[in-house]
Design a binder for this molecule. Structure first.
Ligand code: HEM
Length: 415
């Protein structure tokens, strides 16, 4: 793969550290420096390359042959031995990836997902019911996170009373500890069988093992039962049921990917809409503007701003060759603000109607995209119907720190 643009590399070298909480607070000035002065960036400390321009992120996302997901898509996982890499489709290359995706994708078709609209609306209303105008609602903890977790729980077949354990684990699993070396810390946690995280993971696996056994004995009308009953194509043709570990990793992927990202998106909506009062008023006057606003939020503040890959062959960008076996970050968050792609990219404009890479591209394009869009639309429609506006309390809001999702962990809003 080759991409040459001799004019691109100039100026003082920018520095990007995905584990630096200060950069994470507002990475956009740094992302601009990368796009302008180091469109192929190399970080010596962690030994990774990074692409930040829209066209490069798009191209690399589509080229799974060169930019592999099979060693994981989270920087601190890439050095771990294979047995520590969960067997989730997001961490697989074709053909293994495609078999797994085919097995589950029926459950995510627009027809299946649209059927959930009424139920998601009921869940949103139920969560908002205790609140009155003048109250303070934690938009994440009281609304977005339980909502996303209830929706995915109902779809997958996880009983409501157990959702909190699963959600808490998903959050702990992603969280980076603040301190000297978040990278090493996160790696050790991922590989160390005695760590708190490993113990929590075992508890959640034990819980899901039991649930799988229950569904085997008594199948229900849910996705876990459907996946248990389906067969995946084997290597030599023919079919086989999924092994327990594959089932567990699939459920883990759904609960993690399905709740953390939607919660972050809702947090950004909670801040951006009242900040742009005229556009917010336009949405209130015409809810048909909401889907466009959700796409614009995804572009301007991608909940999942960094996707990691390993190169399987050498690749050349801007005259520099990166060897096979290199770690490469695709900076989705930088791509969404690329002035080569978007006019005035830092401006929030719900009528922009622009493509973005915030739900991925190519074979790993977000399986839950239809669901995420439905959830965000319904959750915002219901919130706006009850509380036409709100005031976020940024001073007491808290961010979540992970190397995969970015956004608010707590966002108190005055209704
Ligand atoms: C706003 C919400 C969401 C965002 C921003 C988001 C973002 C993404 C991105 C960027 C990818 C591609 C990762 C890569 O290329 O390495 C992806 C894949 C994926 N997402 Fe989402 N996602 C969201 C919601 C959901 C939901 C609700 C689910 C639900 C069940 C979900 C399930 C998945 C799965 C299973 C994959 C892997 C697909 C594959 O490997 O073929 N996502 N998502």
């Amino acid at each position: 793969m080759t991409n040459t643009d001799a004019t691109a590399v100039s100026g003082s070298p920018p520095y990007y550290d995905p584990y630096d909480f200060d950069i994470d607070q507002n990475p956009y000035p740094c992302f601009k420096q990368l796009r302008d002065h180091a469109p192929l960036y190399y970080n010596e400390k962690y030994d990774f390359y990074a692409l930040s321009r829209y066209q490069d992120v798009l191209g690399a996302s589509k080229d799974w042959q060169t930019f592999s997901s099979a060693r994981g898509t989270v920087l601190e996982l890439l050095d771990l031995p294979a047995e520590h890499i969960p067997q989730m489709m997001i961490f697989m290359d074709p053909p293994q990836h495609d078999r797994m995706r085919r097995l589950v994708s029926r459950g995510f078709s627009p027809r299946h997902i649209n059927r959930l609209e009424q139920r998601t609306r009921e869940l949103a209303r139920e969560l908002l019911a205790p609140f009155q105008p003048g109250d303070t609602l934690d938009l994440i903890d009281d609304y977005a996170a339980p909502f996303a977790s209830m929706v995915i729980g109902e779809l997958a077949g996880v009983p409501r009373e157990d959702l909190d354990i699963v959600r808490q684990w998903g959050e702990d699993n992603l969280a980076l500890k603040e301190g000297e070396d978040a990278f090493q810390g996160a790696k050790t946690m991922a590989a160390d069988a005695d760590s708190e995280l490993a113990a929590a993971r075992r508890d959640v696996w034990a819980y899901f093992n039991e649930l799988i056994e229950k569904r085997r004995r008594e199948p229900q009308d849910d996705m876990i039962s459907a996946v248990i009953a389906s067969e995946i194509e084997g290597d030599g043709g023919g079919g086989r049921p999924l092994e327990d570990r594959e089932l567990l990793d699939f459920i883990g992927l759904l609960s993690g990917a399905g709740t953390e990202t939607v919660s972050r998106l809702m947090g950004w909506a909670g801040v951006y809409l009242p900040e742009h009062a005229d556009q917010f008023a336009a949405i209130r006057g015409d809810l048909a503007l909401l889907p466009g606003a959700i796409e614009e939020l995804l572009r301007i503040e991608p909940p999942s701003p960094v996707q990691a890959r390993i190169t399987t062959a050498s690749a050349t960008f801007y005259g520099t060759e990166i060897p096979a076996g290199s770690k490469l970050l695709l900076l989705t968050g930088a791509a969404g603000r690329d002035e080569r792609q978007y006019h005035d990219p830092d401006r929030f404009d719900i009528r922009r109607d622009a493509k973005h890479v915030s739900l991925g591209q190519g074979v790993h394009f977000c399986l839950g995209a239809n669901l995420a869009r439905l959830e965000a639309r319904v959750a915002l429609e219901e919130l706006i119907a009850r509380f036409p506006t709100w005031e976020p309390d940024i001073a007491t809001a808290q961010r979540i720190h992970t190397s995969t999702v970015r956004g608010y962990r707590h966002l108190p809003v005055r209704l």
